[in-house]
Design a protein around this ligand. Structure first.
Ligand code: FES
Ligand code: FE2
Length: 369
């Protein structure tokens, strides 16, 4: 984040703390069908499949390496060649559809475990047994998907090459802001994948409000972070910043002594709302949520990066803290809410103190018929 942006956020937080104005009441009710109706889930999936997906950090895939990841329930293979160029393919053999690669690592070829068709990192078929038994005119290369990289993030189009332009422009309103975090100068810790019994919207909105800090996180997050926040919007994306405790001290200090990096956490939620990028001065995390096969099922990828190559232990500690809070406090409450809606609770309330939750439910409502 640029120092000028950091100072702007600190100033607005200090103003908010001293103004002491209560939030104006403006509660919105959202129908429970958003998170419990199979028809809505189907419409969500149709929409999501046709817009670019922010699926990971560029630094997760080094030159000469590959990574497999399910995106919207599709198996995807990402390969970065030795020139640094990233490609994406459907991870499905052109013979009979089996996955040709698993997990991640370094590889120059992928051999399908079923009958042994062999592909290179450009997705070209480079060998198969009984070659003469197959029509040589038939395209046998892996199905390529549009993929691009902006601001250190990987952006994937799932449908067809026609989505190339959409992936290129997916971050145009927020690219400059995200580039200032220099994610490409960071290092990957790891990605953990979780299956959660809650709707993807309930999981995404866990990272959209501080109203729950003093209750759900009273013995974790609330001990170090304040629930005062500032929000900004970048087209269809949102930014929500909340400070570490003690920010009041900067009110007495000259601006020239204020920190260059924001002393707290900054969450960017990227359109279409299933990717949340969380940054603090030294680390970055991504929470990516994919809808599952039923409204109350989701898959979550939790990825961590660190900045200071000399002190990875401190970042590992932050990663474990964030993961523990997320899996032991946030996700269980999302599952608890889901059970309420599945049991017939008709709707939910969103207060004016939860503007980012409101922003996203309003966007999600627009694509439901
Ligand atoms: S399915 Fe891959 S070689 Fe047959
Ligand atoms: Fe939380």
């Amino acid at each position: 984040m640029r120092p000028a942006t950091t100072h702007n956020l600190i100033q607005r937080l200090l103003d908010k703390l001293t103004s002491n104005q209560p939030a104006a009441p403006a509660s919105l009710r959202i129908d429970a069908s958003h998170v419990s109706d199979p028809d809505v889930l189907q419409q969500d999936m149709e929409y999501l499949l046709n817009v670019p997906q922010i699926v990971g950090f560029s630094v997760e895939i080094a030159s000469g390496s590959y990574l497999t990841r399910d995106v919207l329930q599709r198996p995807i293979l990402f390969c970065r060649n030795n020139n640094g160029q990233l490609k994406a393919f459907l991870n499905a053999c052109r013979h009979r559809g089996a996955r040709v690669a698993e997990a991640c690592g370094k590889a120059s070829t992928f051999v399908c475990p079923f009958h042994g068709w062999c592909y290179d990192t450009d997705g070209e078929l480079v060998g198969r047994r009984d070659d003469s038994a197959f029509d040589l005119n038939q395209d046998a290369s892996l199905l390529a998907l549009p993929v691009t990289e902006k601001a250190g993030l990987i952006i994937l189009g799932l449908q067809h090459q026609a989505m190339t332009a959409a992936t290129d422009s997916a971050l145009e309103n927020i690219e400059d802001e995200l580039t200032s975090f220099n994610l490409n100068g960071m290092f990957p810790l790891e990605t953990r994948t979780l299956t959660v019994k809650a709707n993807w919207k309930l999981i995404a909105t866990l990272s959209h409000e501080a109203y729950h800090f003093a209750t759900l996180h009273r013995r974790s997050v609330a001990e170090v972070l304040m629930d005062t926040f500032v929000v900004d919007y970048f087209g269809q994306h949102s930014r929500w910043a909340f400070p570490l405790k003690g920010i009041e001290k900067w009110a007495q200090a000259p601006k020239s002594t204020w920190p260059e990096r924001f002393p707290g956490a900054v969450n960017h939620t990227l359109f279409p709302g299933n990717t949340v990028l969380i940054t603090n001065p030294e680390d970055a995390q991504m929470i990516r949520v994919d809808p599952g096969a039923a409204p109350n099922m989701s898959t979550v990828h939790f990825t961590g990066l660190y900045r200071n190559q000399d002190a990875p232990e401190a970042s590992r500690e932050m990663f474990e803290f964030g993961y523990q809070v997320f899996t032991e406090e946030d996700l269980p409450i999302a599952e608890s809410c889901q059970r309420g809606f599945d049991a017939g609770l008709p709707d939910m309330a969103i207060g004016s103190n939860e503007p980012v939750v409101k922003f996203w439910f309003e966007q999600w409502t627009r694509w439901i018929r």
